[in-house]
Design a protein around this ligand. Sequence first.
Ligand code: AHM
Ligand code: MG
Length: 363
Amino acid sequence: MQMYNQQINTKISKKKNIKYLLIKMSHTAINTNFVTLTRNLVFEQQQVKEASGDFTLLLSSIQTACKFISSKVKKAGIAKLYGHHGTENSSGDQVKKLDILSNEVFVNCLRSSGKVAIMASEEEDKPIEVEIKNQGKYVVSFDPLDGSSNIDANVSIGSIFAIWRRQTEEETGATIEDLLQDGRSLVAAGYCLYGSSTHLVLCTGHQVNGYTLDPSLGEFLLTHPDIKIPKRGNIYSINEGNSTYWDESVKEYIQAKKFPTDGTSPYSLRYIGSMVADVHRTLLYGGIFLYPTDKRSPKGKLRVLYECFPMAYIVEKAGGKAITGECNVLDIKPKSIHERCGIICGSVEDVTEIENIYKTHKQ
Ligand code: AHM
Ligand code: MG
């Protein structure tokens, strides 16, 4: 860069060279050695001796589904994709047109990859089966479009996914047991946030990497390598409208954040109401996100398999913590595909603080 500036200084007076220099400068400023999601995955998989390429293909199908949803979300207003579809999903929520489309594209991309044995989606009551001859060695759960209540208001929404290795033999056909694995057995998880830009955050076991969709290239480019969540933040994120139902631990913790007695400043409150967006902010800025169990929802609201597990996995791998109030989220052994749990996740010191309050109240 220094040499480049010198060149500019010596030649700048020669008018005919200016145009050339400007062109050269703009070329130099553009990074042509960008890292795409695919490039990074191929690189990561090359380090794994027994890798067959199946995992890369599986993630490529998820990438495609996310790009499709991103483009539809951006056009939703003009393509008449806002509004209700007129049905309810397994959790009793009103299904939106974009929910249906997103679910279809996830199912089609994953099924046609040939790498999936069985799937679970927030939008489908039962496990989504794959013909035995087309079954692969992975199991995927997903919420194709989370934060549905925000769709029509043009507020950030997202897709969430979790990936396990199947437990059943390939010849016998996958069963629901393949889907009911604990969070510690995950091989990868991620989410795609459709906001002011489209971000895909992924962890395949080690680092948490963030990619931004370059719409002109149609590629996810590595923009946030090795994300680490701050050890402590100063933001809490919870639906305060539920405070009348909260248990004593949550009440005590939130009170302490709003009215600290130790000389520290009160925390700020941010609540978007889209888990992907709220957790994404928590990952980048630090702090705590809570959707705890309460008197109205004693089992919690958010779903274990395709909301809490993938987010807890990402948060833990980024150095944070995710608990239910009773145990670590990833230690849950789900009994059904739409099971719910409480989730409190974020910066390790913030989550440990409320975890200790829970312990005190249990005594
Ligand atoms: P959805 O799966 O029906 O879209 O709902 C999940 C969303 C989460 O993204 C968000 O954290 C929560 O529900 C918001 O719920 P509430 O409106 O009760 O605060
Ligand atoms: Mg959801």
